[in-house]
Ligand binder design. Structure first.
Ligand code: SF4
Length: 411
C-alpha cells in the first residue's frame, strides 16, 4: 500500500443491460428475463392480473415497494419500504409464493427472511439497484485487505445499508457488522461505535457491555450519503471525520494516515435517483413556492440535506405528510412515483405536495416492474410454472441473516 494518494482511476466493471434481456452475472441483478410478456397495449391486462391472483388465492402474497408504479401497487397485498416488506413476507409463512414488486436486493432479503418452503419471485430480473451495484463482493473483499494492511481492520465495524446485495450483507455478518435502514441508521452507527476492539474470530459478536474504543471505525456500505448524513447530522461528527473509499482507485484513493485518522470510512456509492437533487433544486423551489417545507430522504447529498427543513426515510416522509396541517406546502426529495401518489392522496385535505426537482426523476429499475411483467408472473404461477425465482445460497444466507438479525436486535 502506498502512502501517497493516487489519481489512477479504473473503469467501472458494470455494463448497462438492455431492456432486461441481457445477463451480467457480476451485477446484483439477476440474469436474463425469459418468456414472452403480454403486450402493454392489451386492454385485458387488469382483468388478467385479477383473475390470476384470484386463482392463486392465499398461495400468493404480492409486495409493492413505495416506488412502484400505480398500476402495480393496485395489486399489492401490502406496501412499504424494503425492510418492512421483507418482514411482512416473513410474517406470511403460509404463502407459497412471494411476488416482490421492487428490486433484486429486496427480493434477496425476502428470501433470506422467509422459510425454505416459500419461493420469492421478482417479476423482472433486470430490476436491479444502481446503488447496490456500486459495491461488489470482490471490491469489498479488496477494501478489507486494504484496511488490514493499514492496520485498521480489527478496529473497523462494517455497517451496510439494506440497499446492498446478499453478498455484501454476508460480508457484513461475517465481519461482526450490522445492516441498517434509513430509519435506524443512527442506532446502527451508535451500536457499531460501541463495539470497541474487534473480536478475534470473524462473525462473533463483541463482548456484551463493551463501551467501545475511541479508535473504533465504521466502514459504511454502499451509500456514502446516508453514512455521511447520519454521522454528521445525528452523531455530531464533522465532515473531516469521514473519508471516501473509491473502489475504482488503488487503495481506495486513500493514504494509510487518512484511513487511520478517519472515524467513518464511506464507500463511494450513491443512489442515482436521490443524487439528482441539488442545492439549486432547494433554492429554486423556495423561490417558486413561498412558505414551502422541504422534506428530503437521507440518500440525498449532504448539502441538500443541510438545506432542507426536514429529513427522513420514506416511511417518515409519509407519516410527516399524514400529520401535516391542511394548507401546508411541501416539496419532497424522493422518488417520483411515491411523491405523485402522496400528492394525489393528500390533495383533498388541502395539502400542496410537489416534487423537489423541476425534471422528472423515476427510479428506472423500479419502473421495470410493470403490469405486463406482473401479469406474466401471476399467470405463470397460476399455471404451475415458477419464473424468476430469487434464491440466495445457504452460506451467503446464513451470514447475511446474522447481519440482519443484529439489526433486528438493535436497541
Ligand atoms: S431509488 Fe435508488 S436506492 Fe432505491 S432502488 Fe432505485 S437506484 Fe436503488
Amino acid at each position: 500500500m502506498t502512502t501517497a494518494q493516487t489519481l489512477d482511476v479504473q473503469p467501472t466493471p458494470l455494463a448497462l443491460l438492455l431492456l432486461g434481456r441481457e445477463a451480467d452475472p457480476r451485477s446484483e441483478r439477476g440474469v436474463e428475463c425469459p418468456g414472452d410478456l403480454p403486450a402493454a397495449s392489451d386492454p385485458d391486462l387488469v382483468a388478467r392480473a385479477r383473475a390470476a391472483k384470484e386463482k392463486l388465492g392465499d398461495r400468493v402474497f404480492v409486495l409493492g415497494h413505495h416506488y412502484q408504479r400505480d398500476e402495480v401497487i393496485e395489486f399489492a397485498d401490502v406496501t412499504g419500504d424494503s425492510f418492512k416488506l421483507a418482514r411482512d413476507a416473513a410474517a406470511r409463512p403460509d404463502a407459497e409464493f412471494i411476488v416482490f414488486c421492487g428490486v433484486h436486493f429486496m427480493a434477496e432479503s425476502a428470501d433470506i427472511l422467509t422459510g425454505d418452503n416459500q419461493q420469492v419471485i421478482l417479476p423482472d430480473l433486470a430490476a436491479g439497484c444502481s446503488m447496490a451495484d456500486m459495491a461488489t463482493a470482490e471490491q469489498v473483499a479488496e477494501c478489507w485487505d486494504v484496511l488490514t494492511e493499514a492496520g485498521v481492520a480489527e478496529a473497523t465495524v462494517p455497517v451496510s445499508y439494506m440497499n446492498s446485495s446478499a453478498d455484501i450483507k454476508a460480508f457484513t455478518g461475517k465481519h461482526g457488522g450490522t445492516i441498517c435502514t434509513s430509519s435506524n441508521a443512527k442506532r446502527a452507527l451508535e451500536w457499531a461505535f460501541a463495539q470497541g476492539d474487534r473480536p478475534a474470530s470473524p462473525g462473533s459478536p463483541a463482548s456484551p457491555g463493551s463501551t467501545g474504543s475511541t479508535d473504533t471505525k465504521v466502514l459504511f456500505l454502499p451509500d456514502q450519503h446516508l453514512g455521511r448524513n447520519t454521522a454528521v447530522r445525528e452523531l455530531g461528527m464533522t465532515l473531516e471525520d469521514c473519508v471516501l473509499y473509491n473502489p475504482h482507485k488503488p487503495n481506495g484513493g486513500l493514504t494509510v494516515e487518512e484511513l487511520r485518522a478517519a472515524k467513518m470510512i464511506l464507500w463511494r456509492g450513491h443512489c442515482s435517483v436521490h443524487g439528482r437533487f441539488s442545492l439549486e433544486s432547494v433554492r429554486d423551489v423556495r423561490e417558486r413556492i413561498p412558505g414551502v417545507n422541504v422534506l428530503v430522504h437521507p440518500e440525498c447529498k449532504h448539502e441538500v440535506v443541510a438545506a432542507a427543513d426536514y429529513v427522513g426515510s420514506t416511511e417518515h416522509i409519509i407519516k410527516t405528510l399524514e400529520a401535516a396541517p391542511a394548507g401546508s406546502k411541501w416539496a419532497i426529495g424522493t422518488e417520483l412515483n411515491l411523491v405523485r401518489r402522496l400528492a394525489n392522496r393528500f390533495a383533498d385535505e388541502g395539502k400542496e405536495i410537489t416534487f423537489l426537482d423541476k425534471t422528472v426523476c423515476f427510479c428506472s429499475t423500479m419502473n421495470r416492474i410493470d403490469l405486463p411483467h406482473l401479469v406474466w408472473t401471476l399467470e405463470s404461477l397460476a399455471n404451475g410454472t415458477v419464473i424468476n425465482r430469487i434464491e440466495v445460497d445457504r452460506e451467503t444466507e446464513s451470514f447475511a441473516k446474522l447481519a440482519l438479525e443484529r439489526m433486528l436486535s438493535l436497541p
